[in-house]
Design a protein around this ligand. Structure first.
Ligand code: PAF
Length: 279
């Protein structure tokens, strides 16, 4: 399906059969991480709609919109194997008939300007705008998002609460390769050497976790030590936040924390995250 009208027909028919709907929003180039979202969606609903849309609004002018991987045929085949019949793959014109600089925008506020949002200005406004459009188009009972982009998941949950959207947001744990690398559509751009270098991110998170019983500063120092040991990694940010508020935590903090890291390896920008508890 490429039109809003067609996806609404499918949803309407399912609703009239009394079925529950789940939405899995994606930008395509699907990997096992996306399939984990589909699996979670199947656990919550009878009909799973997967959207595939490389949203121009969430890419900055110097970002990789043109080179973002697109492989709709392969995506369709993977989704058919995963039992997904309803794929919504609209054009940019269908989603933004008046142009991608849409006059009506959902803003992420201050939290959209820190961490990932500091390096990618406007990114989360683009994400929230398209997610809000998809939620209005599909009107699902449940929508599934990966935990790897923890800031995105936090902002989507907050938007749904702030704007009274009647949908449950389900976070799905990050899927990793056997050596720990978090799956990402951009991993396909990592050369053999860069792929090994990229493991520094998950190793930094592990090091932070191993130091959690010594507090936040020890966690940051341990992670920084790992990152600095590999000159192939250009660190963008390393931060420890409270998962309940997404505020940076201080040394006195106890309880759950989320460690976030973003870095460039070669010309590929990667993010990763893990949650630990400070006793
Ligand atoms: O996480 C993504 O793939 C995208 O940000 C999303 C949620 C599909 C919105 O374009």
């Amino acid at each position: 399906m490429t039109t809003i009208a067609a996806v609404r027909d499918v949803v309407h028919a399912a609703r009239s059969r009394g079925e529950r709907i789940a939405l899995v929003p994606t930008m395509g180039a699907l990997h096992e991480g996306h399939l984990a979202l589909v699996e979670a969606a199947h656990e919550h609903a009878d009909v799973v709609v997967v959207s595939i849309f490389v949203n121009p609004m969430q890419f900055g002018p110097t970002e990789d919109l043109a080179r973002y991987p697109r492989d709709l045929d392969a995506d369709r085949a993977r989704l058919a194997e995963a039992g997904v019949a309803a794929i919504f793959a609209p054009t940019a014109e269908e989603m933004y008939p008046t142009g991608a600089a849409s006059p009506t925008v959902v803003t992420a506020g201050h939290l959209g300007t820190v961490l990932e949002g500091r390096s990618r200005r406007g990114h989360y406004d683009g994400v929230l705008t398209v997610v809000s459009k998809l939620l209005h188009i599909v009107a699902p009972d449940v929508a599934c998002f990966g935990e790897k982009d923890a800031q995105q998941l936090f902002l989507v949950r907050r938007m749904v609460r702030d704007l009274d959207m009647p949908v449950e947001i389900v976070g799905v744990p990050t899927v990793r390769d056997a050596d720990g690398l978090a799956l990402s559509s951009r991993n396909r751009f990592l050369s053999g050497h860069d792929r090994r270098t990229a493991l520094t991110l998950s190793r930094a998170l592990e090091a932070a976790g191993a130091s959690a019983d010594r507090g936040v500063e020890a966690m940051i120092a341990a992670a920084q030590g790992v990152i600095q040991s590999d000159t192939g990694v250009q660190l963008d940010y390393l931060a420890v936040v409270d998962p309940a508020t997404f505020a940076f935590v201080g040394e006195a903090h106890h309880g759950p924390v989320q460690v976030l890291v973003a870095a460039r390896v070669g010309d590929v920008r990667l993010i990763d995250t893990a949650t630990f508890a400070i006793p």
